[in-house]
Design a binder for this molecule. Structure first.
Ligand SMILES: Nc1ncnc2c1ncn2[C@@H]1O[C@H](COP(=O)(O)OP(=O)(O)OP(=O)(O)O)[C@@H](O)[C@H]1O
Length: 560
């Protein structure tokens, strides 16, 4: 990224925190003015205080320096307080932005990389970006302001020596520019390696049981060790160039500082400078050189922030399912009463693999539809298209005569309650999951449902903590909670993917009773279970990418 473009993007990013930055800048100006007086007072301590032999004057001058130092330090303290607040707020805001954006991303990104990797990548970039509001950056800015103050002070002592000292700037910038390119490269490498580690971690977080079952401890630890070793190699190279830049910078400064004695001596012998002048000058020359070092350090900060900024921008450029501004032109589903779907010539492919071809069928209110087909025939994909997890590619699906993409997405999804093959229950209690943390109301009918009888036997009934990924309850119990959570919602359409896979015979019977009494306008089931197929009034079979429709289970059986 060209530096100018990067700087302007960084400025616009920081503009959201202009109040903090304004406050910090005002304090910096105050510190600058205070600092500018210190070398002048120091000169006076020697020339007017020590040389005059007047303890009163000397004491007053010393007290003034002490007071000024304390006041500027207090201002620095408050400035640090603002900086810590700014940094914490920046990170919090951006982390929320990362989560919000990640959850709203199109399903393709989530299926390809996994949510854990996406979020970790973005947060890693963010942590690097937070250098912008961190201590190092703030110190650098303080130092730039200090530089101005000290510069004015030193010029007043001796402009020739000050001018000489300024040649440190191009020398340091030259070194920083040369080494900054390497820093940028290794920062990029580190970020890319870290991306790979996040993908690997995403996998391992979901595979603890498999690792135990297949005894993969050593393999996985070796893999991790290798990945971390690669990252460490990149970090070592990165750090080497940062440290090298710092050390070379210090050498340059030492060279110039020591040359001051020679030049200062010549000026004193020529009567152009007092002893107090050279003492104050050399003391405060370090105050000038320090900011110059920090200015050179800015280059190093930007070399690290630049690649992180690119990575974060890449993340932000991932497409969301529906943008806020797109909502305005869409129809809300909140007032939709009837739900009639028509599927016309729907075709769908994954990359260049055609999966569904010219499907046509209707789903009307009152329909109880079963979708059947071999493994991999595209049943779940078809549901995902209905749920708008995948965009329509060819053909269309209409709801009440309007293409489904014309409806505002989140209210459209509220029409559906979906129970996936392996539903996810959140950490929390049974009740939390049934009510979705207060979103659904639990009616007496639901609480009395036989499928929830098992809750009585849990240690704390509805208040039982079900653990991570519902690990404290059985697979069948998990399915039952997922079903009741779906029934408790105000949705109009119920979708169930292999709903009875985890049920025992009795639960299967109770489940069918629930379905028969269910008041949802449409029920769609993916199943091969004959009892469930008998429940359906319409059976849709996907075979060789196409659709065959049967009115009843009998018709479907006869076609076998
Ligand atoms: N995100 C994806 N990218 C590429 N191919 C995919 C993706 N999702 C699914 N597929 C492929 O599409 C095919 C259909 O998958 P789908 O899950 O719809 O089948 P299904 O009929 O529900 O199968 P099952 O009965 O086994 O659940 C599969 O062969 C799968 O490999």
């Amino acid at each position: 990224m060209k530096n100018r473009k990067l700087y302007s993007k960084i400025i616009s990013l920081l503009l959201a925190y202009k109040n903090y930055i304004l406050g910090m800048s005002l304090l910096m100006i105050f510190i600058t003015v205070g600092t500018a007086f210190i070398p002048l007072l120091q000169q006076e301590i020697v020339d007017s205080g020590l040389m005059s032999g007047d303890l009163g004057i000397l004491g007053t001058l010393v007290l003034m320096v002490i007071a000024l130092t304390i006041i500027t330090n207090l201002a620095s303290l408050f400035q640090s307080y603002l900086r810590i607040n700014l940094n914490a707020k920046f990170l919090k805001d951006k982390q929320v932005e990362v989560l919000n954006h990640s959850l709203k991303l199109k399903m393709d990104y989530i299926k390809n990389d996994g949510l854990v990797q996406i979020i970790k990548d973005a947060e890693y970039a963010l942590n690097n970006l937070s250098m912008l509001t961190g201590e190092e950056m703030s110190n650098t800015l303080v130092q730039i302001f200090k530089f101005i103050g000290v510069f004015i002070g030193l010029i007043l002592i001796n402009w020739k020596l000050t001018l000489f000292l300024l040649f440190v700037i191009p020398a340091r910038i030259f070194v920083a520019n040369k080494l900054g390119k390497h820093v940028e490269k290794y920062q990029m490498d580190t970020l890319m390696i870290q991306k790979g580690i996040h993908g690997w971690e995403d996998d391992i977080y979901h595979s603890a049981t498999e690792v135990k079952l297949w005894n993969l401890y050593d393999n996985k630890c070796r893999e991790y060790d290798k990945l971390l070793q690669n990252r460490n190699t990149a970090i070592k190279k990165l750090s080497f160039f940062i440290v090298l830049s710092d050390l070379l910078g210090q050498d340059i400064q030492a060279l110039f500082l020591n040359m001051l004695y020679v030049l200062g001596g010549i000026l004193i012998w020529g009567g152009e400078l007092s002893i107090g002048g050279i003492v104050a000058f050399i003391t405060y020359a370090t105050y000038l050189l320090e900011p110059i070092g920090f200015i050179a350090n800015l280059r190093m900060i930007f070399s690290q922030v630049g690649p992180a900024f690119n990575m974060y921008e890449d993340f932000l450029s991932y497409q969301e399912e529906e943008l806020e501004r797109e909502k305005k032109n869409k129809i809300s589903c909140c007032d939709v009463e009837s739900v009639d779907f028509r599927v016309q010539n729907l075709s769908f492919s994954f990359k260049n693999r055609e999966l569904l071809q010219s499907l046509c069928f209707d789903i009307k209110e009152g329909d109880r539809i079963a979708i059947v087909g071999e493994n991999g025939s595209g049943k779940s994909t078809l549901l995902n298209i209905f749920l708008r997890f995948y965009d329509l590619q060819e053909g269309c699906i209409t709801l009440n005569g309007k293409v489904i993409s014309d409806y505002e997405l989140f209210s459209y999804r509220d029409l559906f309650s979906v129970i996936m093959q392996n539903p996810y229950l959140f950490r929390g209690t049974v009740k939390d999951n049934l009510t979705l943390f207060g979103k659904n109301e639990l009616t007496q009918e639901i609480l009395d449902n036989k499928l929830l009888d098992f809750v009585e036997h849990l240690s704390e009934g509805y208040d039982t903590d079900i653990g991570s990924d519902a690990s404290h309850i059985s697979g069948g119990e998990k399915q039952k909670i997922a079903l009741m959570r779906a029934l408790a919602s105000k949705s109009k359409i119920l979708i169930l993917d292999e709903p009875t896979a985890a049920y025992d015979k009795q639960s299967e019977k109770e489940f069918l009773d629930v379905l028969r009494g269910c008041n949802k306008k449409i029920i769609i089931l993916i199943t091969h279970e004959p009892k469930l197929l008998q429940f359906a009034n319409k059976i849709i079979e996907i075979e060789n990418m196409q659709i065959k429709q049967y009115g009843s289970y009998k018709e479907y059986q006869e076609s076998r």
